[in-house]
Design a binder for this molecule. Structure first.
Ligand SMILES: [Zn+2]
Length: 462
């Protein structure tokens, strides 16, 4: 449903496109690199810049909020009593620009070439924050109000893993209370394939140490009578999966749901060529559970991976020893409905059970990030899908991501709220790399999408 005043709003944002690009360049000129302590003042300046821009958009409540680390830019418009409240999340900090010599134009001087705006922060994430500011401003200028209550949180530490964000959320719980969180810090599946991300995987990890003899032993004197810790570790790791890549740890898949026929059909319809991807990655073929599609494996199946293993002699030539210990780091990406504590316990118990005799085992388990999922049937997700269709001219596909986004997990854990992940970056935007860019067609389509989004959410959540 298109709100009756949508024409005037869309006319407004189309007439102001050039201004939005100039404003994005001005914000990108502030090198808010959170990883580098000598840019701390710039990160603060970036938060102040965002607050000033939100005030100019018509937010009377706008302020820099302190955290234990970098400041958050916050604004609220609460002039729609009885209407739902959304919280818009983005981040104003950026990745370092190194290596500088690989940039075609200076990273902090936004430059348009061939319809793309190049520079650090163009799409990750200042440009995506500005899509919201522009759309909110259009509503406030054209209609004098918003169709629902809006809180804006632009974080300053996302690129360093959001170390202060969870404590900030817990402390400001009341101030940030809302019905739905809207996160714009993701990409679509491909150009011309508008997408909504509805699931993210969680993460737990282990460090396994196999202790053997008190010191390295001469393999001539002791080979054949002492169990080798490296060999024991290899046996343990090999026992985790069957030959088809399926994890055999009892209880590992507990809670994992099967995809619906619709979800399977949607994945099968996405443009994805396993042979091409294998070639790009430099592998002979893709691996994993053969009975499932690669994108299903990457988004909706849990994994158990060996991330590193070491022990014994690694130097030049030969050193004929039985090493005194061996160590491996392994991790699991979790999918919705898996309990991180249960998985940690299941793997730890299994590893201890399959360890051969003659060695001593130490297993440390870490992390408890649950997967996050918002059902595509949730009214807020359906509203976002309609807005995206209006903004980009075709209905979005629903996708997952195999990765883990810290703030999304934090919103889930601290505020227990449904989240809509509506981002419009492209897979080739070179985020975190030299020549980061934002296609202006995506930027403008994103602004129009957000302009529709607020009306759609107001209607859907009422
Ligand atoms: Zn980002």
């Amino acid at each position: 449903m298109i709100a009756p005043h949508a024409d005037a709003l869309i006319g407004h944002v189309r007439a102001n496109r050039e201004r939005y690009v100039e404003e994005l360049k001005a914000w990108m000129a502030v090198p808010s690199i959170s990883a580098q302590p000598d840019h701390a003042a710039d990160v603060r300046r970036s938060a102040e810049h965002a607050v000033a821009r939100l005030r100019a958009a018509g937010f009377t409540q706008a302020e820099v909020l302190e955290t234990d680390g970098n400041p958050v830019a916050y604004a609220a418009w609460l002039g729609a009593p009885g209407a739902p409240t959304i919280l818009i999340y983005g981040h104003h900090d950026v990745q370092p620009a190194d290596p500088l010599e690989l940039w075609t134009s200076p990273p902090f001087e936004g430059t348009v070439r061939n319809g793309k705006l190049y520079g650090r922060g163009a799409v990750d994430d200042k440009g995506q924050c500005l899509m919201h500011i522009a759309a909110l401003e259009a509503h406030l200028r054209v209609n004098g109000k918003l169709p629902l209550n809006v809180k804006v949180v632009f974080e300053g530490e996302e690129e360093i893993g959001s170390p202060s964000f969870e404590a900030f959320l817990a402390r400001e719980k009341e101030k940030l209370a809302c019905d739905v969180v809207v996160v714009s810090d993701t990409a679509v599946f491909a150009e011309d394939v508008p997408s909504l991300t509805t699931s993210l995987r969680g993460l737990v990890h282990w460090e396994i140490t196999v202790h053997g003899p008190a010191a390295d032993l001469h393999s001539g004197y002791y080979g054949g009578i002492v169990k080798n810790p490296l060999e024991a570790l290899a046996q343990i790791l090999a026992a985790l999966k069957d030959a088809h890549g399926r994890v055999v740890v009892p209880g590992f898949y507990e809670g994992v749901r099967e995809l619906s026929p619709q979800e399977r059909a949607d994945i099968a319809a996405l443009p994805f060529d396993p042979a091409k991807i294998a070639h790009e990655l430099g592998v002979t073929e893709l691996g994993g559970e053969p009975s499932r599609m690669p994108l299903e494996r990457a988004w909706f199946r849990p994994t158990l991976e060996v991330n590193g293993m070491y022990g014994g002699y690694q130097g030049a030539g030969q050193k004929t020893i039985i090493p005194s210990f061996a160590r491996a780091k392994i991790s699991a990406r979790l999918v919705p409905h898996q309990d991180p504590h249960h998985v940690k316990h299941a793997v730890t118990t299994f590893v201890q059970r399959v360890a051969p005799r003659g060695v001593r085992l130490e297993v440390e388990a870490h992390g408890d990030t649950r997967a996050v999922e918002t059902s595509r049937d949730h009214p807020a997700v359906a509203a976002a899908a309609r807005a995206m269709e209006l903004g980009f001219g075709k209905p979005p596909v629903f996708i997952g991501t195999g990765g883990t986004i810290g703030p999304v997990s934090s919103f889930d854990r601290i505020l227990h709220l449904p989240q809509v992940l509506i981002g419009v970056g492209l897979p080739d935007d070179a985020i975190h790399a030299p020549n980061e860019k934002f296609d202006l067609s995506q930027f403008f389509g994103g602004i129009e999408t957000m302009t529709y989004l607020y009306d759609e959410l107001a209607n859907a959540l009422r």
